[in-house]
Design a protein around this ligand. Structure first.
Ligand code: GDP
Ligand code: MG
Length: 161
């Protein structure tokens, strides 16, 4: 997403959401996609994959010094993930509130982690935490040509023009 230079709401902001291995194993992919669709966001990228150590190390570079970092890497490469790019007005911040706090014990009911998370190391989803983080992560996980540009038919129903 570009930064908003006009007064018009930025409908092109993008964020990276990933269903982690526990979410895939527990058959939660459909429910998670449904939440983002229902919130009015536009899906512009989607793939299932096994994550390489190299990609994960770049994705979680900020966690390198944490004691739990090795277990995060081991867990995230233990099975396939489903990674997505969602687009829409304030999608980064809204996604974080839809996903809930990192530790499921702190995540409010109604959030993905508050409804499905079982442990801080098994919290079902990843969501980018800032606009800059989202742009960095999207470039890491998706090639430009893997993102799809398309028009939503209901643009004026989602936002003031
Ligand atoms: P997030 O942005 O809410 O996902 O949280 P962070 O970026 O701080 O951490 C990335 C991921 O590392 C989290 O989603 C957790 O799965 C994992 N993590 C964070 N803190 C802990 C911890 O204290 N213990 C373990 N085992 N995992 C953690
Ligand atoms: Mg994070």
């Amino acid at each position: 997403g570009q930064r908003n230079t006009s007064s018009a709401p930025d409908l092109t902001e993008q964020t990276l959401i990933a269903v982690k291995p526990d979410g895939v194993q527990r058959r939660l992919v459909g429910k998670i996609i449904q939440r983002f669709e229902q919130r009015g966001f536009k899906l512009v990228g989607l793939k299932m994959m096994r994550v390489s150590d190299d990609l994960l190390a770049q994705h979680y570079c900020e966690l390198r010094a944490k004691p739990f970092y090795p277990s995060v890497l081991q867990y995230m490469t233990s099975g396939p993930v489903v990674v997505m790019v969602w687009e829409g007005h304030n999608v980064v911040q809204t996604s974080r509130s839809m996903v809930g706090l990192t530790n499921p014990v702190d995540a409010s009911p109604g959030t993905v982690r508050g409804d499905y998370g079982t442990h801080v190391s098994r919290n079902v989803v990843h969501a980018s935490d800032s606009l800059e983080g989202a742009q960095r992560e999207i470039k890491l996980w998706f090639q430009g040509e893997d993102l799809v540009t398309w028009e939503c038919c209901d643009r004026t129903s989602l936002c003031e023009p």
